[in-house]
Structures are given as C-alpha cells and as structure tokens.
Design a protein around this ligand. Structure first.
Ligand SMILES: Cc1cc2nc3c(=O)[nH]c(=O)nc-3n(C[C@H](O)[C@H](O)[C@H](O)COP(=O)(O)O)c2cc1C
Length: 188
C-alpha cells in the first residue's frame, strides 16, 4: 500500500511534524510505502472560484489555477491511502491545508463515485499545540472533506500538547492498521 502523508505546518520540527513522522513510521512498519509531503514547501494557492463559481473543476475535474496543485493532485489520486495532518488554527485546518483541500474537493468531489479517492482510507490528524481547543471543530471539517471526496474515514485523531506521547503511538498504530487492512496491496 502506498500511503501519502500530507502535512500542513510551516514548522519542520513541531507537533504536526512529529505526527506526520509517526504516520510514516507506522505505515512503513506495516510493510507499506509512505512519504510525507509538506504543503508549506509547495506553492498551492487558494481556489479562485473561477468564472461564475465553477471553473474547469466541475466539467473537467482539473484545476485551472496553475501551480504545484496539479502534481500533488496526481499524487493523491495515485496513492492507496492518505493521512492529512494539520495544526489547529482557530479551530480549523491551517491555511495551506484548506487551500489544498478546497481545490481537491472541487476536482474530485464532482466525480461522484469515480472520485480518485473513492473508498480510499483516510486518516485525519488535528494537532492543537496551543490551548488545545479546536480539535473537534477541525476534525469535523476534515471528516466532511473526506466524505465530500468520497474517501473512507479510517480514523480522526485529535492531538494536544499534553497528549502528544500517547497520540503519537495512536497515529503510528492507526497508520499500521490501515496498511495491514489491505494486505493484497502491500506487495504492489
Ligand atoms: C494562527 C494560529 C491559530 C492557532 N489556533 C490554535 C487553536 O485554535 N488551538 C490550539 O490549540 N492551538 C492553536 N494554535 C497553535 C497551533 O495549533 C500549533 O501548535 C502551533 O502553530 C505550532 O505548530 P506545530 O504543530 O507545527 O508545532 C494556533 C496557531 C496559529 C499560528
């Protein structure tokens, strides 16, 4: 199984980074292939709501705003499973996660059951490294996003500063279980 771990913090050594590393580790320990992509290293701008609100995303399932999104979109469609890890900002996903999620949803959510994420397992991780507030609202939106792109909600994991250690274990084990659940794809 090929697992794409998408993280969305500007910090390379913070809580979000640790969560993403745990997901990569768990997937690899289960025999899967896993790679982290850091959205903040890419140029993925916000949706421009082209034309009257729908650009090429609805008829062609491709975004007409040209930047790093196109290559990332292809990577997500190629992957067997996705882990989306975001820091919690104001009880929501970070801006880089939202920009990516909004554009992907328009392209793949409009394909119905032909979505490139159809039935693919997705783990959402919301890392609230400040007050600890806002993981639930963040995960609620992430869950809705997974449903919009027709993915399968494998797990929703809230993390706070003081739950870091046991939640890193949870993330590792969730990624491990996700790979193990699809053994026929492990050797592909
Ligand atoms: C704009 C902004 C809003 C934030 N909002 C929250 C919040 O609602 N709840 C929370 O626990 N932490 C909040 N934080 C802290 C982040 O969740 C996070 O801990 C911090 O940005 C460090 O990120 P890291 O995961 O890369 O270590 C916020 C941070 C920023 C920059």
């Amino acid at each position: 199984m090929n697992v794409l771990v998408i993280s969305s913090s500007p910090n390379t050594d913070g809580l979000t980074a640790a969560c993403a590393a745990a997901a990569v580790e768990g997937a690899r320990q289960a025999g899967g292939q896993a790679e982290e992509i850091r959205l903040n290293d890419l140029q993925v701008g916000m949706c421009q709501a082209c034309d009257n609100g729908w650009g090429t995303c609805r008829p062609e399932h491709a975004c007409q705003v040209s930047d790093d999104f196109q290559a990332l979109h292809a990577r997500v469609v190629e992957a067997d499973a996705v882990v989306l890890v975001t820091p919690v900002y104001y009880g929501e996903m970070s801006e880089s996660a939202k920009a990516f999620a909004d554009r992907l949803r328009r392209c793949e959510g409009t394909r119905g059951n032909e979505s490139g994420l159809a039935d693919k397992p997705v783990i959402a991780v919301a890392a609230a490294g400040g007050s600890g507030n806002g993981t639930v609202t963040c995960l609620l939106n992430m869950e809705r996003w997974i449903q919009h792109v027709k993915g399968r909600v494998f797990d929703l994991i809230p993390v706070k500063r003081w739950t870091r250690e046991h939640k890193l274990t949870t993330i590792r084990e969730a990624a491990h279980s996700m790979v193990r659940e699809a053994p026929e794809k492990n050797t592909a």
